[in-house]
Design a protein around this ligand. Structure first.
Ligand SMILES: CNc1ncnc2c1ncn2[C@@H]1O[C@H](COP(=O)(O)O)[C@@H](O)[C@H]1O
Ligand SMILES: [Zn+2]
Length: 370
């Protein structure tokens, strides 16, 4: 009884903690209830068999190959303009509701001729979704920042209207060609004034070759667009080496590194996006207790705690922070410093960083004193 009270109090504290989310895939963050509703609609139209799809969504098999089969299914459910707008709106609302104060949401711009969709029109639908969030103030452009005195959410409760900075990263899917990957980078450049600030490389890690994406990633570098790369979800010596040599601004996962790569990562000081639940479910880490978070944290390597796919893995950023505390024994102060530290790794400009630092300073005064 006592333990569960303590757990409840700690979980609530993790929800109230202001948080920065740097690694969240749009289609992986969709609520199950929305997926089921969309499946029902497509079932009624005879496009899919609802009961089969429902079973797949609810089955809870989240091995790495199963995740990518699920994404193919999710994309059937979500990839039309109106639905993309809807999920973007819902996902931002969900993150803001748990006091995420800065969110970098990543998504793969998709061409879909049958739906009259281009990468550009897909992204326009995403941006439309971000702009249509009603219950929360979404700050999508830096220009909104000037003289902006609206208070951010804080630890004192839900009385204030919440405010969240949202930025977009465009993902290159490992199934794509060099030319499609280059299109994505050029689109990121075109959409710079609409909240797009970076490039991600993701997709099934057993598919594709590093050499295919390298020209696009180099192009991003030449254009001054920051990159983050899914690295080492499976052991692939040659690719992990090449990724570390590329020196992106951030790396995701870094699960399957050998001793030498581990040393190289640590001396690089490239910030790592840590996704505990995702890594344990997909087999990148053997268990929570044996997750490489502990080693990197003890080595004072720059880290940020992230969800990856909160819908797919039935988690939330607050839950990930709770898992850090309950698994590795971090105190509230340490957890707070971890959340605060992530501000330094955001891709947004210094104005945003300054504003986020102030949010954490205000929150520290309230939370760490108690
Ligand atoms: C579990 N670990 C992971 N590893 C690699 N890529 C992942 C991923 N989780 C998600 N994605 C990438 O994100 C896409 C879904 O969101 P968007 O359609 O882009 O919004 C997936 O199709 C995959 O390419
Ligand atoms: Zn990911």
């Amino acid at each position: 009884m006592e333990t569960s009270e303590a757990e409840k109090e700690m979980r609530e504290w993790c929800v109230a903690l202001p948080k920065v989310e740097l690694h969240a895939h749009l289609n992986g963050s969709v609520r199950n209830s929305t997926l089921l509703e969309l499946a029902k609609e497509l079932g009624d139209k005879g496009v899919i068999v609802f009961e089969d799809v429902k079973d797949v969504i609810m089955k809870n098999d989240r091995s790495l190959p199963e995740c990518f089969r699920l994404f193919d299914l999710f994309h059937i459910l979500t990839t039309d303009h109106d639905t993309v707008t809807r999920i973007a709106k819902e996902v931002v609302g969900d993150f803001a509701a748990e006091n995420v104060v800065y969110l970098e949401i990543r998504t793969t711009p998709k061409n879909n001729e049958a739906k009259g969709m281009t990468k550009r029109s897909y992204m326009n639908a995403v941006v439309k979704g971000l702009k249509s969030v009603e219950d929360v103030d979404v700050v999508l452009f830096d220009s909104n920042l000037r003289n902006d005195e609206t208070p951010m959410s804080d630890l004192s409760g839900d009385t204030k209207r919440k405010k969240i900075y949202v930025r977009l990263l465009l993902s290159i899917d490992r199934r794509e060609t060099t030319s499609a990957a280059l299109d994505t980078v050029n689109l990121a450049m075109e959409m710079k004034d609409q909240g797009v600030i970076g490039i991600d490389l993701s997709g099934n890690p057993v598919v594709g070759e590093w050499e295919t994406y390298l020209p696009a990633l180099e192009h991003a570098k030449d254009l001054g667009i920051p990159t983050t790369i899914h690295c080492g979800e499976v052991p692939n010596r040659k690719e992990i080496q090449a990724m570390l040599d590329f020196c992106p601004q951030r790396l995701g996962h870094v699960c399957c590194l050998d001793d030498e790569e581990w040393k190289k990562l640590k001396s690089s000081m490239i910030p790592v996006e840590i996704c505990l639940t995702s890594n344990v479910m997909t087999g990148g880490a053997p268990s929570l207790e044996l997750h490489h978070f502990a080693d990197l944290y003890n080595a004072k390597h720059p880290l940020s705690i992230c969800t990856d796919d909160s819908g797919l893995f039935s988690t939330s950023l607050s839950n990930e922070y709770y898992l850090v505390a309950s698994t590795f024994g971090l105190s509230k102060t340490e957890l707070f410093r971890l959340a605060q530290g992530a501000v330094e790794f955001v891709f947004a400009d210094d104005e945003v960083k300054k504003s986020l630092r102030a949010v954490f300073e205000r929150a520290a005064a309230e939370t760490l004193a108690s």
